[in-house]
Write a protein that binds this ligand. Sequence first.
Ligand SMILES: NC(=O)c1ccc[n+]([C@@H]2O[C@H](COP(=O)([O-])OP(=O)(O)OC[C@H]3O[C@@H](n4cnc5c(N)ncnc54)[C@H](OP(=O)(O)O)[C@@H]3O)[C@@H](O)[C@H]2O)c1
Length: 159
Amino acid sequence: MIAIVCVDRNWAIGRDNDLLFHISADLKRFKALTTGGTVVMGKNTLLSLPGGRPLPNRRNLVVSTTLSPREGVEVARSIEEAMALAGEDAVLMGGARLYRALLPRCARVLVTQVDAAAEGADTFFPNLDAAPDWAAETVGEWQEENGLRFRYVDYVRRG
Ligand SMILES: NC(=O)c1ccc[n+]([C@@H]2O[C@H](COP(=O)([O-])OP(=O)(O)OC[C@H]3O[C@@H](n4cnc5c(N)ncnc54)[C@H](OP(=O)(O)O)[C@@H]3O)[C@@H](O)[C@H]2O)c1
């Protein structure tokens, strides 16, 4: 499993069950990387999507103990069940709780780093720069969209 996440300078990822930034180049990249495959997410992240609907053209696997069955969504009632259903090529797409739970099962994390400090953020990704078992493998060039600087950094598990 790999994880994809967009973080600010402080590794913040969300506020009020929404994203901190809307960078269309990043969303396009996410779509290209996940279309045709399986995405794994927590219930809050599903509910944060437009209309609370699953992402089209992908298998949407949602981890939740409370979510009632709904069209286009496969529900896993535990992390273990999610792992059993997900398959090796699944992409973990958040949110904070799911990242924390499944990061130990990920070999690679594709991070979009935004050069900003979002105000009022309430959800965070673990700081991989401070984690001894993770290393930045490739660091992309800074790019800019609507005045926001961002770059893609791929982290791999050491060893
Ligand atoms: N920046 C990014 O790249 C990015 C990506 C995705 C999301 N986000 C942001 O992250 C925030 C949401 O994160 P979050 O931590 O609140 O929510 P989350 O991880 O999406 O979902 C949490 C829910 O998932 C279920 N869950 C979690 N662990 C479970 C387990 N071990 N077993 C069974 N169910 C489990 C629980 O639902 P039940 O209560 O139903 O059991 C829990 O309430 C939002 O602000 C969103 O916009 C950011």
